[in-house]
Design a protein around this ligand. Structure first.
Ligand code: AMP
Length: 114
């Protein structure tokens, strides 16, 4: 594999991040350029580049991303709701090739997205 992604370097503690949750399968940290008052990225520790590379063996890990999203939504007090976003590939706006779920909340979010 080519060089490590920025998210793999965060997992490996080679660069700092504002980590808000960690378990054996995933890590969650504040987005460097928040698009909402709460903007957290939830990532698997397994290196899956994007949804386009997801396999059945990843199902338990990917399910964990959602239970962590629910837990963080509660912890951050997002009782009015929040949005989960997974960008995939160039047209999806993905810029980091390590699958991640954006958790956005604490403001009303428009739809449709740009
Ligand atoms: P995406 O465009 O879906 O690939 O999202 C990548 C996200 O990673 C963007 O929202 C960036 O602001 C965020 N990001 C990039 N580098 C870092 C970093 N070192 N720490 C935290 N978030 C980052």
């Amino acid at each position: 594999m080519a060089g490590k992604t920025i998210f793999k370097r965060i997992i490996d503690r080679e660069i700092p991040a504002n980590i808000v949750y960690e378990d054996e399968l995933c890590l969650a940290f504040r987005d460097l350029h928040p698009q909402a008052p709460v903007h957290v990225l939830i990532i698997p520790k397994t290196e899956i580049p994007s949804v386009a590379q997801v396999e059945p063996e990843h199902e338990a890990t990917l399910g964990r991303l959602f239970t962590v999203a629910r837990k963080l939504g509660e912890e951050f007090g997002l009782s009015d709701g929040y949005r989960l976003v997974v960008n995939c590939g160039k047209d999806g706006g993905q810029t980091v090739d390590h699958l991640h779920v954006h958790l956005l909340g604490q403001r009303a979010l428009a739809w449709p997205p740009g």
